[in-house]
Design a protein around this ligand. Structure first.
Ligand code: GDP
Ligand code: ZN
Length: 313
């Protein structure tokens, strides 16, 4: 299931393997950013079984050998992942999962006060995804040039331990604070279309062309997975741009498990009268009681309810 390969470095011939990070993955080759900050276009070692589509993902740490007189540059193995952002693979290609990004430390949830309207339910949806993938989440309020007021929902979420950074990609507000929060970690920017993800990447990574991987390549007729991800690095900041993050749904989680991904719900869950409480209308539901008494805010409950109901068959 893990999809990690264990190709022993001794298979790689005379050159000793080096360590690098996958910054782009194609079918027959991949681009490795070496720890020497140089990009290498590599083949996959013939010893690697490529039938599993989730073998390699952008963000993976790999061993590779450089081109020499005897051989081409080649990836020889992949190290175990610390985390992954994935979605179910298309059944017709018999992929059990499609990994959008590997070894991600945090999901940056980009939101806006206006254009598009502030949407706390959308923020909660991405926070739940971060909890499901067991990675940290950072909330980035972009476009504060349009409205500098901090919505009370974000103050509440900050109180739960999610960092909140206010910025304007357009007016260069708060970007240094954002750089500090992002320094030394690998992140994916998430959020609906139009919140400014690409604008932020362009500000943080000079020369980056986010979303270009979105464009279907010439031979891509009929393929419905346009998910090529790209890893960008600059000055201690590392961002994986993955078009697939926009449509990422909450899947692989049962309706009864869902509530535990709302971190403020957790202390109440064990006090529900019924073990299989869905926290909707059950008598003795501790979550409903907490909402009624103001211990949990209504917006958190509404976002839970919407997603929970969308999961019903
Ligand atoms: P994405 O779909 O999340 O990648 O969003 P884009 O980066 O394409 O930005 C969507 C629109 O918002 C573009 O017209 C940007 O110029 C605009 N935009 C991005 N950041 C800001 C900002 O900080 N303030 C304002 N007013 N507009 C912004
Ligand atoms: Zn309950």
């Amino acid at each position: 299931m893990g999809g990690n390969l264990d190709v022993s470095p001794s298979d790689s011939g005379p050159a000793s393997p080096l360590l690098g990070t996958l910054v782009e993955v194609q079918r027959r080759t991949a681009t490795v950013m070496g720890d020497d900050d140089t990009a290498y276009q590599c083949q996959y070692s013939p010893t690697i079984d490529l039938t599993g589509f989730s073998n390699f993902a952008v963000g993976d740490r790999v061993t590779y050998i450089r081109a020499g007189t005897q051989q081409e540059a080649m990836i020889t193995g992949v190290l175990p992942r610390t985390s992954k952002i994935s979605r179910p693979g298309p059944m017709d290609r018999r992929m059990d999962e499609l990994i959008l990004a590997a070894n991600v430390d945090a999901l940056v949830v980009v939101t806006t006060p206006a254009k598009p309207d502030f949407n706390p339910r959308m923020v909660d949806r991405y926070l739940a995804l971060a909890e499901i993938f067991a990675i940290d989440a950072i909330i980035c309020m972009n476009k504060v040039d349009l409205d500098a007021a901090m919505p009370p929902e974000l103050d509440y979420l900050r109180g739960l331990g999610y960092p909140v950074v206010s910025v304007s990609a357009k007016q260069d507000i708060g970007l240094d604070a954002l750089r500090k929060v992002l320094a030394g970690i690998k992140v994916v920017l998430s959020g609906p279309s139009g919140v400014g993800k690409s604008s932020l990447i362009r500000k943080l990574i000079p020369g980056a062309e986010p979303g270009v991987g979105d464009v279907r390549k010439g031979d891509g007729k009929g393929r419905h997975t346009t998910t090529s991800s790209n890893l960008y690095r600059h000055d201690g900041i590392c961002i994986i741009d993955t078009p697939g993050i926009r449509e990422l749904g909450i899947v692989g989680v049962s309706r009864l498990e869902l509530a535990q991904y709302w971190r403020d719900f957790r202390p109440f869950l064990e006090h529900c009268k019924f073990r299989d409480c869905a926290h909707k209308s059950e008598p003795g539901c501790a979550v409903l009681e907490a909402v009624a008494s103001g211990k949990l805010p209504e917006f958190r409950y509404q976002s839970y309810l919407r997603i929970q109901e969308s999961m019903e068959e």
